[in-house]
Design a protein around this ligand. Structure first.
Ligand code: OAD
Length: 239
């Protein structure tokens, strides 16, 4: 079934659910990362100050998992949508993995940062990084050790690219939220912002209804590798 209207400007928000079938754990599902780790210990600036070794171990393990993972059919479908779509397109991800770009996505913003980048707390230098990190690792720019951290946004820190994202949310006529529980702001508030702007069709694609599911005009539930390619095929049929 195709859509009754065609769209000119698409914003897609993704969360951990889109990478679940690539073998990367989600946060809040049964067996999710936040059921095994205390997020205040491993995902806050205060936790890092208290126990940097624990935080480095946590992100070193996640980095190694990511390097062994592959993009799945849902990442591929979104990359194909971007390649073939004539109108405006923006993919906003809360994920720190790089599976969207490895599938071919280009107009992509990582609002919670990137696991395969590190940042120096002394000089602010950001660089790509695929190795383990520890307190002895020296910053490639300023040479100091003990100052490097993953380039990810922790709780209590400002998400990235918010101005650009807000502009796209105001202007879009299709907003699609994929694989996110809707529990973390500001991303959880995007659907309400889009509704206030008043012109967009809103769609949730997820395994289960998210916290904000009732705010979406259309809702489809199932594994991302099935429902995302199906949804993209419907968009092409209506273009
Ligand atoms: P969550 O773990 O909170 O939610 C994952 C969502 O994906 C749930 O609603 C699941 O139902 C859904 N899901 C699981 N498997 C799926 C599948 N195969 N196909 C489709 N959906 C599936 O993850 P996020 O919403 O991304 O932030 O979490 C948001 C933020 O909280 C993360 O970016 C991270 C975390 O703390 C920071 O670290 C700053």
């Amino acid at each position: 079934m195709a859509f009754e209207r065609s769209f000119r400007s698409i914003v897609i928000l993704t969360g951990a659910g889109i990478s679940a079938e690539s073998g990367l754990g989600t946060f809040r599902d049964k067996d999710g990362l936040w059921t095994k780790y205390d997020l205040s210990e491993v995902a806050t600036p205060e936790g890092f100050a208290r126990n940097p070794v624990l935080v480095h171990d946590f992100y070193n393990a996640r980095r190694r998992n990511l390097l062994a993972a592959q993009p799945n059919a849902a990442h591929a479908a979104l990359a194909e949508l971007e390649r073939q779509w004539g109108g405006d397109f923006l993919l906003v991800t809360q994920n720190v993995d790089n599976l969207h770009e490895r599938a071919g996505s280009q107009r992509l913003l990582h609002m919670h940062g990137e696991l395969l980048k590190i940042r120096c707390g002394h000089c602010g230098y950001v660089t790509e990084w695929e190795h383990d990190l520890d307190l002895a690792t020296a910053c490639p720019a300023c040479g100091r050790s003990g100052s490097l951290r993953p380039h990810v946004v922790w709780f209590g820190e400002m998400p990235l690219y918010m101005e650009e994202i807000q502009g796209a949310l105001q202007a879009c006529d299709l907003f699609v939220s994929i694989g996110t529980s809707g529990q973390v702001y500001p991303a959880a508030g995007f659907v309400a912002e889009v509704r206030r702007a008043g012109r967009a069709h809103t769609v949730e694609l997820n395994l289960d209804p998210s916290d904000g599911h009732s705010l979406f005009a259309e809702r489809l539930y199932g594994p991302a590798t099935e429902i995302v390619p199906e949804f993209v095929a419907r968009l092409f049929a209506s273009a």
